[in-house]
Design a protein around this ligand. Structure first.
Ligand code: MG
Length: 156
């Protein structure tokens, strides 16, 4: 089964930028109830989507004070545990980040390692790609960041 997830967060000064579980030095960070990790949020929706288990907002409402400032790894761990409960395993994960700056090349491998560890799959099964928005649109103006994630899940 294939799952797809998408997420957007606004960017603002004075916020931290956490992407794929890596805190990246940046003058702009994500505005969010949790740590605002768009890659992890899109990953959760991809994992939930593969088994039609709802979306991240149903499992972790942003009205719930428990998730204030929460590391998004908690959400990923929950989605991974649901996959296991349904007697399935994750085959591979492919992530695309759309961010104008900074460049994330130096931390891509660390992001892949974080995702692989959380999902209990080899790092070779996790792709993280990044692109800019060519200075066009809200991502291009550095007003926000987007992530798209697709995954395959199969019965054990
Ligand atoms: Mg989000």
């Amino acid at each position: 089964m294939i799952g797809f997830g998408f997420d957007v967060h606004r960017l603002a000064e004075g916020e931290s930028l956490v992407l794929g579980g890596v805190t990246i030095p940046s003058p702009l960070g994500t505005v969010a109830h949790s740590d605002g990790d768009v890659i992890f949020h899109a990953l959760v929706d991809a994992l939930l989507g593969a088994l039609a288990l709802g979306d991240i907002g149903e499992h972790f409402p942003d009205s719930d004070p428990r998730w204030k400032g929460a590391p998004s790894s908690v959400f990923v761990e929950h989605a991974v545990s649901l996959i296991a409960q349904h007697n399935c395993t994750i085959v591979n994960i492919d992530c695309t980040l759309v961010l104008e700056s900074p460049k994330i090349l130096a931390v891509k491998f660390e992001m892949r390692q974080n995702i692989a560890r959380l999902c209990s799959i080899p790092v070779e099964r996790v792709a993280v790609k990044a692109t800019t928005s060519e200075r066009v649109g809200f991502v291009g103006r550095s007003e926000g960041v987007q992530a798209y994630v697709i995954c395959e899940v199969q019965p054990r």
